[in-house]
Design a binder for this molecule. Structure first.
Ligand SMILES: [Zn+2]
Length: 121
C-alpha cells in the first residue's frame, strides 16, 4: 500500500526463503534437525498460505474483497508484504512452529528476486 512507483500495481514475485536454524546441541546423528523436518513444518505452512496466493496488507480492503469474491487464496499481513516484512513474519511464526522441536530460527532471508533480498533479524 502507498508505494511510490511501479510496485503500486498489483503484481507478484517468485520468492525464495532461506531459514537458518540453531539448537543448543546436535542430536545423536550430529544434526541440528533433519532438513526434511524443517521443510515439513515451514514448507507446508508456506505452501498452504503463501504459495500461489495474494499476500496483502490487512488494510487493503478492496484487494481482499476482490480475492474473496474470486475465491483466490489471500493472506493478510499487519504490514505491507515487503521482503523485509515477509522475513519478519516467517521468523516470528516459524519460531513458534519450531519451538516444540527444540529448534530456534536464527535468521530468515527472503529473496524477492535472485538479486534482491531482506534478512530478519
Ligand atoms: Zn514488487
Amino acid at each position: 500500500m502507498e508505494h511510490e512507483s511501479k510496485c503500486r500495481n498489483l503484481h507478484g514475485h517468485r520468492y525464495v526463503a532461506e531459514v537458518t536454524c540453531g539448537a543448543k546441541g546436535l542430536d545423536k546423528l550430529g544434526r541440528v534437525i533433519d532438513f526434511g523436518a524443517v521443510k515439513a513444518v515451514l514448507g507446508t505452512w508456506i505452501d498452504e498460505r503463501w504459495d500461489h496466493g495474494m499476500i496483502v496488507h490487512r488494510n487493503d480492503h478492496e484487494i481482499i474483497q476482490l480475492c474473496k469474491q474470486a475465491g483466490w487464496r489471500v493472506y493478510e499481513m499487519r504490514a505491507n508484504p515487503t521482503a523485509e516484512n515477509l522475513a519478519e513474519e516467517l521468523f516470528r511464526l516459524g519460531t513458534e512452529m519450531l519451538w516444540p522441536l527444540g529448534i530456534a530460527i536464527e535468521r530468515v532471508r527472503v529473496y524477492e528476486t535472485p538479486n534482491c533480498w531482506a534478512d530478519y533479524p
